[in-house]
Design a protein around this ligand. Structure first.
Ligand SMILES: CC(C)(COP(=O)(O)OP(=O)(O)OC[C@H]1O[C@@H](n2cnc3c(N)ncnc32)[C@H](O)[C@@H]1OP(=O)(O)O)[C@@H](O)C(=O)NCCC(=O)NCCS
Length: 191
């Protein structure tokens, strides 16, 4: 589904299932699992993401905001859960840049102990398939710090093309200016 005057009426699937991971939109009761994953992962997240030091209250607030953003179709965040254990692994989501033309960003992170197993490639692949087949996406985009090799590797593994690099466009948590890599994927890249 592409253009509609009322974004709140865009039909969304709130659960995606792969071989090893299940992704679903957030519930208020997910705050504890989210917080524990962040708490385990502070050093691992700090170089790349702004919420590495969040408190339980902030995690609870974030989950409720994601529910609101989902309803408004402003941000489609999903928790990632391991199918076999029901363990919370991390988060990924589609960030609508322009519903009219089907342009979405994709963001993601894993808890530290879940890194290195292919969970994120599986999760992002589910999002990519969903965006192209159900949301009529014409452009998907992943951005990451130029130094974030693991994040760039996820994009490359899924066939995203490196389109450019914005230099000195943000300030990292250590105060240094960084460059951002831009990766894009179009439906025609996959045919
Ligand atoms: C970015 C991030 C999600 C990447 O996680 P990741 O575990 O490297 O990515 P995947 O889950 O796709 O796993 C790929 C790794 O698992 C390995 N792997 C093991 N089993 C696998 C399988 N069945 N399928 C695919 N890969 C598998 C791959 O070889 C690869 O390891 P390698 O890079 O050492 O070769 C993670 O590093 C992270 O959360 N970083 C901190 C937050 C962050 O930077 N977020 C992105 C901001 S832009």
């Amino acid at each position: 589904m592409k253009a509609t005057h009322y974004r709140t009426l865009i039909l969304l699937c709130n659960q995606l299932e792969g071989e090893r991971v299940m992704m679903r939109s957030y519930r208020a009761s997910d705050a504890r699992a989210l917080y524990e994953a962040v708490e385990e992962s502070r050093e691992h997240l700090r170089p790349w993401l702004p919420f590495a030091d969040e408190t339980f209250e902030e995690a609870s607030d974030w989950v409720i905001r994601q529910q609101a953003a989902w309803l408004l179709r402003e941000n489609l965040s999903l928790g990632i859960w391991e199918q076999s254990s029901g363990h919370f692994l991390g988060s990924a989501g589609l960030i609508p840049s322009n519903w009219q033309i089907g342009y979405f960003g994709i963001g993601y992170w894993l808890r530290a102990s879940a890194e290195g197993h292919g969970y994120m490639s599986e999760a992002v692949s589910l999002l990519v398939d969903y965006a192209f087949s159900e949301l009529g996406a014409e452009r998907l985009e992943i951005q990451c710090d130029e130094r974030n090799e693991r994040s760039a590797a996820v994009a490359r593994r899924l066939g995203f093309k490196r389109e450019g690099c914005r230099r000195n466009d943000f300030c990292a948590s250590d105060g240094s200016l960084r460059n951002t890599l831009i990766f894009g994927l179009l439906p025609t890249d996959r045919s």
